[in-house]
Structure formats: C-alpha cells, structure tokens
Design a protein around this ligand. Structure first.
Ligand SMILES: *Cc1c(COP(=O)(O)O)cnc(C)c1O
Length: 430
C-alpha cells in the first residue's frame, strides 16, 4: 500500500468519506483521492512524491498558480500583524474600493468567508429588499449549499447523481422555482404567471458546475429584461467566473449590469474570502443600516484580504487575461486535436481561464445535454491522465482551470499524455 492509500484509509476513520468536501472523494470517477502535499506554479505533488500538471487550481481560486510569491509575501506580512481582530481594518476598505472599481455594477460590497455565505446572504437581501419570497434558479447551477439552493443543483450533487439533498425541509425549498438553463420560453412563461412574486433570479452567468455551459445571448438578455420589468433582482453568481473569465467577470463579457453580484474563489486568492455587492439602494437594506441581518466573526479577515488584494493586483497587469485566454483556448484545441486523431467523440471550449471538456460531439447547452455525455469515457480518460501526471477535476461535471503559470511546456506535456491516453481508449472500445 502506498502512503497515499494508507492516509486515505486513516482519513476515513474520523472524517466522513475521508474528505472535507464531497467532490474531493473521487466518488464519480472511482478510486482513491490523491493527498496533495505541495504546489508550485502549475504543479502539485502528492504525498508519494508524484508530480501533476494541475488543472483544478483548488477548484478555481488559483489563477496565479500555487504559492505565488506576491501572494505569499502579502499573506505572511499580514499574518505577522495578527490573524483576526473582529474590528474594521484599512485593508478591507482598500479591497472594497478595488472591487467596486473593477466591477462597475457594484456600488457597495460586503466581505464574507465563502461563496455559500455570499449567495445565501444575497438571496436574503433580495427577499428583504423586494418583500417577496420566490426565487428562480436553473437546473445544474450550483450556488453553494444553503438549503433553499440545494434543488436541482450542480457540482458535487451531480457528481453523486442526486441533484437535491436530504435534510432540506420541503418548506426551505418551496419558494425555489427551477427552470432549464438557456430556456427563454420557460422564463417568459414563469414571469408572465408570477413575476410579481419573484424576489430574484440567481444564475451562474456562465455555468461551471455542470461542466462548462455557455448561455445564449437571448438567455442573457431575457434574464435582465424580464427581472427588470417585474421588479425582481438579478443576481449574478460570479463566485467561479468573477476575475476568472475576464477582468470584469461574465458581466463584463455580457455587457450586463446585474443588481447583485456574488464573488468568491479568485477574489480570495486561495484564502477563505468571498463577497456580495451591488446597487447601493439594495445594499443599504443590510444591517447595521437596514433590516436584513448578515454577519460573520471572520468576515474581512485580514490575512484573507491580503491574499485577495495581492491577487487582484497581479491580474490587473496589462495583457494578463489575453495571455491566459490564449493558453486556455490552446489547451481546449490541443485536447480536441488529440481526441480527433484517435476518432474519439470529444469537444472542448474555453472562456478566459476556464474550460470544459466533453465526451460528446458538441459542447452542451443545458443540464439535459450534459447528462448525455459519455461518463464512462470521461472516467477512463481521467484515470489514465492522472497516471500520466495530469490532474483534471475528478468528475465529468466540473469545469477546469488554467493559471498564468501554465507554460507552453505544460500544455505540450498535456497533449502528449492525451494522445497516448486517447489511443488507449480507442483501442479498448474497439
Ligand atoms: C464554488 C461556488 C459556490 C460556493 O462557494 P463555496 O466557497 O464553496 O461555498 C457558489 N457558487 C458558485 C457559482 C460556485 O462555483
């Protein structure tokens, strides 16, 4: 038994499933998760000393790669001054200013510690502001694990084939209305019937928790015009896409001003930091100014804020997103070429530093299409690539991530591994 396998066995004694977040468990692809010990740039090493090219990036935050010197320096400097105060600090003000500058739809912002907290709080705020209860979400979109949002959700829930959770009282989800992603007709019909009871639409503006699914321009526009016409708030959940698909997130790419935006992942640079913000008149309803309660002992934690500030500073470098987008597109194209050369049914696409790979002829546009991809082929691909030292997300339903540290050599090594693996898969399925 390797020390990795031994560690997993030990982990299972006192940690349910051996992991502290379900998708880490390899439940979808089978086998034993890798215990990681160290990361540097585009690479991670497991406890057995094996190196991998990492396309997970801690599930999105690490746009600068692992252990980026500027982030480490900022974090250690902040830590030396104390880990937490539970009182306001100057760095929080700096981060809030920067976030509102970078994302013009945000006039005010509040810092929290996880994406789940951001979406949960944004929804409470939307309900408090509008005085309405109903919430619209889309099939396959994941917005964290708050009760009202665990209905037909993506990410780990899809991975385990159960897009809703036990332990959610019927009442907690009764006001959550679920529609298919990209279905403009369904959205119009719903708003025509009960638009005046809908507090908010929450959407992954580019979905990344049912693999990567792009919205159609018509869908993007319908979300904005219908919510506006009916006095409902539009919440862009950009926990994954914010500062990942472009300098202003998906809203910058879409040219849309949502009423509220949720941020996480990249904004914390690998530390527990997230945020929600938007229109000043809406944010004014939050305590201590208004009646909507929301709080956190570690909110705006100085060490996490330091990591966020350092990350936002680095990604503001001229050409950062152009280079990242080029590399990510090259990765998607190279994987397609490797698959095509072996006659494997495969497609891929990239947006900014985010990509999707699919064992289907075209990138899917809905949860239903995602579910039609060849999962067995993905699982075989995943394990063979892992063996070759390439670490993709251990599920066919997750997006992948490239960092600015992924070099041309990393991509070439990935393609060489993929050519070998696709040839094996073609042989086995013949
Ligand atoms: C990751 C994610 C969340 C949840 O964030 P956590 O920090 O894991 O709580 C919410 N929404 C989206 C779109 C996400 O990708």
């Amino acid at each position: 038994m390797t020390s990795n396998d031994g560690l997993f066995e030990r982990a299972c004694h006192h940690i349910p499933g051996g992991v502290n977040s379900p998708v880490r468990a390899f439940g979808s692809v089978g086998g034993i998760p890798r215990f990681l010990e160290r990361g540097a740039g585009a690479h991670v090493w497991d406890v057995d000393g094996k190196r991998y090219i990492d396309y997970v990036g801690s599930w999105g935050p690490l746009i600068l790669g692992h252990a980026h010197p500027a982030v480490l320096e900022a974090v250690t400097r902040a830590a030396r001054n104390g880990l937490s105060f539970g009182a306001p600090t100057a760095a929080e003000v700096e981060l809030a200013d920067l976030l509102c500058q970078r994302m013009p739809s945000m006039q005010q912002v509040r810092l929290v510690s996880s994406g789940t907290e951001a979406t949960m709080s944004a929804i409470r705020l939307a309900r408090g502001y509008t005085g309405r209860d109903k919430l619209v979400k889309f099939e396959g979109c994941y917005h964290g694990h708050a009760d009202a949002l665990l209905v037909k959700a993506g990410s780990g829930l899809l991975t385990f084939g159960n897009p809703s959770s036990a332990g959610v009282p019927a009442g907690a989800a009764a006001d959550t209305l679920v529609l298919p992603y990209n279905d403009v007709d369904a959205l119009q019909t719903l708003f025509a019937q009960q638009g005046d009871r809908i507090a908010a639409i929450i959407v992954e503006p580019i979905a990344g928790n049912m693999n990567l699914v792009q919205p159609s321009p018509a869908f993007v526009n319908a979300l904005r015009t219908l919510s506006q016409a009916h006095g409902s708030l539009l919440i862009y959940d950009e926990v994954m896409t914010g500062f990942r698909v472009g300098p202003q997130g998906a809203q910058g790419l879409h040219g849309i001003q949502p009423d509220l935006t949720c941020l996480g992942k990249v904004v914390g640079g690998g530390m527990p930091l997230a945020a929600f913000g938007g229109r000043a008149d809406v944010m004014a309803k939050l305590a201590p100014l208004g009646p909507v309660y929301q709080a956190g002992t570690l909110s705006g934690n100085p060490v996490a804020v330091a990591a966020g500030l350092a990350t936002l500073n680095e990604i503001a470098a001229p050409g950062f997103f152009e280079t990242l987008g080029r590399q990510t597109t090259a990765l998607a194209q190279g994987l397609c070429d490797a698959a095509n050369a072996n006659g494997t049914v495969f497609s891929a696409q990239a947006v900014g530093g985010m990509f999707g790979i699919y064992f289907s002829p075209h990138p899917p546009t809905s949860y239903g299409e995602v579910m039609n991809s060849d999962r067995a082929a993905f699982n075989a691909f995943f394990h063979a690539m892992l063996e070759e030292g390439v670490y993709f997300a251990p599920s066919a339903f997750e997006a992948g991530f490239v960092s600015c540290q992924h070099s041309a050599e990393d991509l070439e090594a990935t393609f060489a591994a993929a050519r070998k693996v696709f040839a094996q898969i073609a042989l086995n399925t013949r």
